[in-house]
Each structure stands twice: as structure tokens, then as C-alpha cells.
Design a protein around this ligand. Structure first.
Ligand code: NAD
Ligand code: UDP
Length: 335
């Protein structure tokens, strides 16, 4: 059974990509819980507005920096999130996307090694590619095209995972790897092309809802608050004091290193999502069908047995409630 081990002790925590969608929610939660937070970002897809409410807090610092360059800091924990996440943004400069994933991971692992910090990698369900196994368990190695338009992200994240596990074995770095499935909520960018932000903006503006393909492809959507809770539990999960669970062959590890799926196992066809959003907004928008992008995964749904077992974690926010909060945010932000 999961319990917080050291989370209540204030720590100095680096969040790379901290001004982005997920990063800003994570920074907010860590600051409110009393930690000293360093938010590192180059504002490629993140914005100062996302973290402006934290800027006058004495336990929050903002560092404008590009993760492809090394950085030297004294920290206890590192959450490595820096990387554009939406397909239009990560495909804008694919070579840079690979650099962010690979050099970013190397720099954060090097830093963790030097200052003996614990480091968590925000990996992704994209490491499973277009999966042939359903739902996806952590043991599944994936079905990824190495030369397609999504490869800079998928393979970049896969190589980052390799580096994390090699630093664990070779340099005894205390790592955690989570595989995040589609997450949504306030502070997603209205123009980031991801399905929930696109559909909400189109419905709010009364434009056609662009379903790609026939809309039978599925995704499983996790509300941001649930994800942040899971991320913190994973980072704080320690098994050392439980002799039964302790891994004596790897005493430098604080606990289960992962990889661990974090996502909502409620699977929805994209066309059903479109209909639901149109209904909730009461919009007159029509659904139209456009070409499916290359390598678009047909099904995606996490098996979260490991998160349940190790962290006693499962998502709590139903899709309807999360969508309502997200729609409210987009409507208010647009005014
Ligand atoms: P986001 O684009 O909103 O946030 C990414 C942040 O990283 C932005 O603030 C951006 O400016 C910053 N960044 C990009 N390149 C950088 C660089 N070179 N140096 C420093 N900062 C840089 O995306 P998000 O949805 O918040 O995703 C955060 C992380 O979670 C990413 O690593 C992403 O791969 C992962 N993830 C997200 C999802 C999801 O559904 N949102 C799913 C799986 C994995
Ligand atoms: N999608 C869609 N219309 C849009 C945007 C996305 O039908 O306007 C589809 C997309 O083809 C994919 C799913 O929605 O099947 C999720 O897309 P997103 O870009 O949000 O994330 P990812 O494909 O990385 O899971």
C-alpha cells in the first residue's frame, strides 16, 4: 500500500518544462505544498502566463534556459518534462525534438549523478507506437516506426528511457520513469492541435469539428489533477523501509523505478469525444472527417495495474467533469 514517505519534508525541486501545461500544474502543487521549486523553461510551447501566479512566491524561481545546454544546480528532486508534446509542435523542428529528448535526458541524468538527486522522466504512451497489445502493459516493447513523422518524439522518448535505465545500472542514479497517456485540462494551448483543445475551440467558435480518419481510433483521457497526484506519488515512492520489497541488488534506488503507466483507462473513440464536446457546449458545429495523419495510433489505453499496486493510484475525475472544467477555462481565457 502506498504512503507518502518524505514528501512532507521541504525539498528543492527542479521542474524542466515547468511553464508548460503539465509542468505549470506540477509547479503549482509543489509550491503550495511548501517545496522550493525551480522552474526551467525556454518558452517554446510554455508561457510565462501559466506560472505568473507563482512568480511572487518566495519558494518559486524561474530559470529561462534551453535544456539542450547543460545546467548546474543544487537540487534534491528533478522532474524532467521539457519537450513539446503536441504533434504540430514536436514536428515543427523534428531534429530539435530529438535533441531535447536525448540531450535533455543526458543533462538531467548528469546533474542527478553529480548532486545525487532523484530524477523522474516524463515518458509517454507514444513509446508503444501503434500498439498490437491492448490495453498497453509496461512489459510491452511497442510497435514504433523509426523513420516516420512521429519518430523524433517516439524514438526520442524511447532513447531517453534507455539513458535513464543505463544511468541507473552504470552510475547508480535513483531514477523514476513514468509513461504518461493523453492528459488534458486548463492551460492546454488553444492552438496546440491536440484533440481536446481543438474540438473545444472549434465548438466554441461554431466551426466544423475536424475528426481525422473515421474517428474510430481511441484514446484514454486523464484529467491533469489526477496525473499530477500520480507523478508526485511515483517520485515519492520509497520501498527501503519495507524489507520485503527492498531490492538489495540495487540499494541506491529509493523504490520501484518504473516504467509506470499513468493515465485513465476509460477508452473513448475520437468521434464520440467530438459528439460529447459539441453536446456539452451546446454548439451548432458539424462534425467533418479529414485525412488521418501518418502513423496515427488506432487504439490507446493504459493498463494501470502497476500504478494501483505500487502507488494505490487511479484517476478520480470522470471525463464529463474534467471536460466541464476545461471548457470553462477555454471560454474564460478567450474572453
Ligand atoms: P507542453 O508543450 O505544454 O510543455 C512542454 C514544456 O517544455 C513547455 O513549457 C516548453 O516551453 C518546454 N520546452 C520545450 N523545449 C524546451 C527546451 N529545449 N528547453 C527547455 N524547455 C523546453 O507539453 P505538456 O503537455 O505539458 O507535456 C509535458 C511533458 O509531458 C512532455 O515531456 C511530454 O512529452 C510529456 N507527455 C505529455 C502528455 C500529454 O498528454 N500532455 C502525454 C505524454 C507525455
Ligand atoms: N484528432 C482529430 N482531430 C483533431 C485533432 C486530433 O481527430 O482536430 C485525433 C488524432 O488523429 C488522434 C487523436 O485525435 O487520433 C488524438 O490526437 P492528439 O494530437 O491529441 O494526441 P496523440 O495522437 O498524440 O494521442
Amino acid at each position: 500500500m502506498y504512503k507518502y514517505h518524505t514528501y512532507k519534508d521541504a525539498k528543492r525541486i527542479l521542474v524542466t518544462g515547468g511553464a508548460g501545461f503539465i509542468g505549470s500544474h506540477l509547479c503549482e502543487r509543489l509550491v503550495l505544498d511548501g517545496h522550493d521549486v525551480v522552474c526551467l523553461d525556454n518558452f517554446f510551447t510554455g508561457t510565462k502566463k501559466n506560472i505568473s501566479h507563482l512568480l511572487d512566491r518566495s519558494n518559486f524561481e524561474l530559470l529561462t534556459h534551453d535544456i539542450t545546454q547543460p545546467v548546474l544546480l543544487e537540487v534534491d528532486w528533478i522532474f524532467n518534462l521539457a519537450c513539446p508534446a503536441s504533434p504540430i509542435h514536436y514536428q515543427y523542428n523534428p531534429v530539435k525534438t530529438t535533441k531535447v529528448n536525448v540531450l535533455g535526458a543526458l543533462h538531467m541524468l548528469g546533474l542527478a549523478k553529480r548532486v545525487r538527486a532523484r530524477v523522474l522522466q516524463a515518458s509517454t504512451s507514444e513509446v508503444y507506437g501503434d500498439p498490437e497489445v491492448h490495453p498497453q502493459k509496461e512489459e510491452y516493447w511497442g510497435n514504433v516506426n523509426p523513420i516516420g513523422r512521429r519518430s523524433c518524439y517516439d524514438e526520442g522518448k524511447r532513447l531517453a528511457e534507455t539513458l535513464f535505465f543505463d544511468y541507473m545500472r552504470q552510475n547508480k542514479v535513483d531514477i523514476k520513469v513514468i509513461r504518461i497517456f493523453n492528459t488534458y485540462g486548463p492551460r492546454m494551448r488553444p492552438d496546440d492541435g491536440r484533440v481536446i483543445s481543438n474540438f473545444i475551440m472549434q465548438a466554441v467558435r461554431g466551426e466544423s469539428i475536424t475528426v481525422y480518419g473515421d474517428g474510430s481510433q481511441t484514446r484514454s483521457f486523464c484529467y491533469i489533477d489526477d496525473l499530477v497526484e500520480g507523478m508526485i506519488r511515483m517520485m515519492d515512492y520509497e520501498t527501503g523501509e519495507h524489507a520485503r520489497e527492498r531490492d538489495y541488488t540495487r540499494p541506491y534506488l529509493s523504490g520501484f523505478p518504473g516504467p509506470l503507466n499513468l493515465g485513465n483507462p476509460h477508452e473513448v473513440p475520437v468521434v464520440e469525444l467530438a459528439e460529447r464536446i459539441v453536446r456539452m457546449i451546446g454548439s451548432g458545429s458539424k462534425i467533418i472527417f479529414e485525412q488521418l495523419p501518418d502513423d496515427d495510433p488506432k487504439r490507446r489505453c493504459p493498463d494501470i495495474s502497476k500504478a494501483r499496486q505500487h502507488l494505490d493510484w487511479q484517476p478520480k475525475v470522470p471525463l464529463e467533469e474534467g471536460l466541464r472544467k476545461t471548457i470553462d477555462y477555454f471560454v474564460t481565457a478567450g474572453k
